[in-house]
Write a protein that binds this ligand. Structure first.
Ligand SMILES: C[S@@+](CC[C@H](N)C(=O)[O-])C[C@H]1O[C@@H](n2cnc3c(N)ncnc32)[C@H](O)[C@@H]1O
Length: 277
């Protein structure tokens, strides 16, 4: 299932852009396990914010098909779901939602001023131009429409294993630090989650609030971690942040079920565009 490791940077030029790009098979695995871990949380927010029959929704940086499909089921034939991504190749044409390639940091808002809900999960944390992306998403809302942004705050809880009880757990935590270092070098803001309420208010939204959650242990955490480490293996080696033996031992420990892996908290924040008038 895995493809060959990404080649090291050419000519000493640092690699740029989104680290966990969708071109690799591991991206699809990651979307499936992210869905298992977080779709229940996300769908709960959709329900609470009133997404239902006839709603118009824009899913930004959709990645895999699960959230666009859930929105399409919620809004029904009288609604509209637009799913966009800088690389939409994991999205399913004919899935009851419209698919478009769209760069939220560079392209204008599609159908400005029309959406009841705009949602992005685990997208803005990666993007250096995140305030421009937020402005684009806010501009797509109708008056009274809701923006829901969900992002990790990796600095708030940086461990892969909370129970740091042995060498395998400590190795997992070292490798999590190394992946975080790669993300930072690509421009990710690993403290972004905590800033979301302030960022939504700065984007002109009202009735802003937020909540946070993270899973501890279980198959989905294990499989997500394995897919992530395999995805960035070439980058870790090229950057000298880990060696083959360490990565192989970590993947074997995951397979052996020895680790109770966890994730950074997902901060879900929402706010609405003031009603006109
Ligand atoms: C970590 S994945 C999250 C996917 C999905 N939202 C989820 O929660 O499972 C980040 C997604 O953002 C997309 N992305 C990265 N940069 C983007 C940009 N500038 N504009 C739109 N999407 C982007 C990636 O291609 C990827 O699908």
């Amino acid at each position: 299932m895995s493809s060959s490791p990404r080649p090291p940077d050419v000519g000493g030029e640092p690699a740029r852009g989104y680290l966990l790009d969708n071109a690799r098979a591991e991206a699809g695995e990651r979307f499936a396990w992210l869905a298992e871990l977080f779709d229940g949380v996300t769908r709960g927010h959709f329900d609470r914010l009133g997404v239902g029959a006839g709603s118009r929704c824009w899913e930004v940086g959709a990645g895999g098909p699960s959230i666009p499909a859930a929105l399409a089921a919620a809004v029904g034939p009288s609604g509209h779901v637009l799913a966009t991504d800088i690389d939409p190749s994991w999205l399913t044409a004919g899935g009851g939602y419209e698919v478009r390639r769209h760069d939220v940091t560079a392209d204008p808002p599609p159908e400005p001023g029309t959406f009841d809900l705009v949602h992005a999960r685990l997208v803005l944390v990666h993007l250096p131009e995140r305030s421009r992306a937020l402005a684009t998403m806010a501009a797509a809302l109708r008056p009274g429409g809701w923006l829901l942004v969900e992002d990790a705050d990796t600095a708030l809880q940086p461990l892969a294993c909370l129970d740091d009880s042995g060498p395998a757990q400590r190795r997992a935590n070292r490798l999590r630090d190394a992946v975080r270092e790669l993300l930072t070098r690509r421009g990710a803001d690993l403290r972004f989650g905590r800033t979301l309420p302030r960022a939504l208010r700065a984007a002109g939204l009202v009735e802003v609030a937020a909540t946070g959650s993270f899973p501890v242990g279980g198959t989905a955490c294990n499989r997500l971690e394995a897919a992530t480490v395999r995805h960035v293996r070439g980058e870790l080696l090229a950057a000298g942040l880990a060696d083959d033996a360490e990565i192989d031992a970590h993947l074997a420990a995951i397979d052996a079920g020895e680790l109770d892996l966890t994730l950074a908290p997902l901060i879900s924040a929402w706010g609405r565009r003031p009603a006109a008038g």
